[in-house]
Design a protein around this ligand. Structure first.
Ligand code: MG
Length: 389
């Protein structure tokens, strides 16, 4: 799929029917905002050009999301105004087609999305829906007043897909209320094709919906782990060197190891912790310590390196990963690491909020060869394994 198709995720609502003052799209599912799951679903279907419409009060919350390739737009007072703002944002470099999706439908499948896209090859508008199968009643005061014929009735879902120029023009000329974007397209004279919806593509609205969503994610995780098919595992490596200079003792993996010299550096020069932090950033493909904590910034001078490691771990969690295990190797002749290796594992475990059984710290010399052999400094390398949770 190409950038010829853009997707708008509408998430500016204040919807609080879910029973909390926090808008439902920001509730956590498996430790991540609903919106993070929705973005994943669209990316997994191959959509790369995404526009996310947020309420102006929620723009700060966006840092909890992976926004690579995402254009964030401030929404308006109504859903229609929010969609209009996103369409306007796309207009300078218009896509051929646009899909408009509810932020609170995190379980939309590639099949549902592809059904809409396929229909747009010949139609101006297309949207998924499910035929109503239950009997429909009219009721009042808790009593059934009559039945309604369900023939030809559908439950509408999203994403609703359109020829971009057609829906943008329809929105620009539209005034007054409308139930959804298909309604706006129809008022402008565009027929909409009904494509196959899916029961799982429900809109999180009431508290019970979140229980259902949590169960679906648990089942998915278990089945992924059972088959090993869709497990998302990321590996990263890190390497660092610091030189010796005047001082007493070296900070290594969170432990001050007695020595007649100290490692030099902008921070506390904990070479092991730096390599490990870089391994985690590497697994996330999000740069390195220097990118997140620029050495040019005086506030990090002499900083304790656990600040960096903790940041990397929290970033991994925010991106939906847990740390499976990590392995650090320190390369030096002196000081001797062995007597301190267990204390280092436990220090790292405390900082990372991880069981020490998942953390290895070991050491080697370089047989008196090279800069570590000449005792000019210490090198460290680290590997981290991240598992999507
Ligand atoms: Mg360093």
């Amino acid at each position: 799929m190409t950038d010829a198709i853009a997707a708008i995720i509408v998430a500016a609502g204040r919807g609080t029917r879910a029973g909390s003052s926090l808008p439902k799209q920001w509730h956590l599912l498996s430790g991540r905002p609903v919106l993070a799951h929705t973005l994943d679903a669209l990316r997994n279907a191959g959509l790369a050009r995404l526009v996310l419409v947020l309420h102006p009060d929620d723009l700060d919350r966006a840092s909890a999301l992976d926004l690579r390739g995402v254009q964030v737009v401030a929404g308006g007072a109504t859903r229609i105004q929010s969609v209009r703002a996103a369409l306007d944002a796309l207009a300078p470099d218009p896509p051929d087609k646009v899909l408009i999706h509810d932020g609170a439908r995190p379980f939309v499948s590639a099949a549902v999305i592809n059904g809409v896209i396929a229909a747009l090859e010949t139609a101006t508008a297309a949207a998924p829906a499910l035929a109503v199968s239950d009997a429909l009643w009219q009721g009042a005061d808790g009593r059934v007043g009559g039945t309604v014929a369900r023939d030809g009735l559908y439950r509408a879902q999203t994403p609703q897909g359109f020829d971009f120029a057609a829906i943008h023009s329809a929105h620009r000329t539209h005034t007054g209320p409308a139930d959804d974007d298909v309604a706006i397209a129809r008022l402008a004279g565009h027929d909409s094709v009904i494509t196959q919806g899916c029961e799982d593509n429900f809109k999180l609205t009431y508290p019970a919906d979140f229980d259902r969503a949590a169960m679906m994610l648990r089942n998915k995780t278990e089945s992924d782990q059972g088959t090993g098919r869709a497990m998302d595992i990321r590996l990263g490596n890190g390497f660092d060197v610091h030189r010796f200079g005047a001082g007493a003792g070296c900070w290594l993996c969170g432990v001050l190891v007695p020595h007649d010299r100290a490692l030099q550096g902008h921070s506390d020069a904990d070479v092991g912790m730096h390599a490990l932090s870089d391994a985690i950033y590497g697994a996330l493909a999000e740069g390195d310590i220097g990118q997140h904590f620029p050495p040019s910034d005086p506030q990090w001078k002499g900083a304790a390196s656990h600040i960096f490691l903790r940041h990397a771990v929290e970033l991994a969690r925010a991106r939906g990963f847990r740390i499976g295990n990590c392995d650090v190797t320190l390369i030096c002749e002196y000081p001797k690491i062995g007597p301190h290796a267990q204390a280092m594992r436990h220090a790292l475990a405390d900082i990372m909020g991880l069981d020490a059984a998942r953390i290895s710290v070991k050491a080697t010399t370089s047989e008196k060869l090279g800069f570590t052999g000449r005792e000019e400094g210490i090198a460290a390398l680290a590997t981290a394994c991240l598992i999507a949770s």
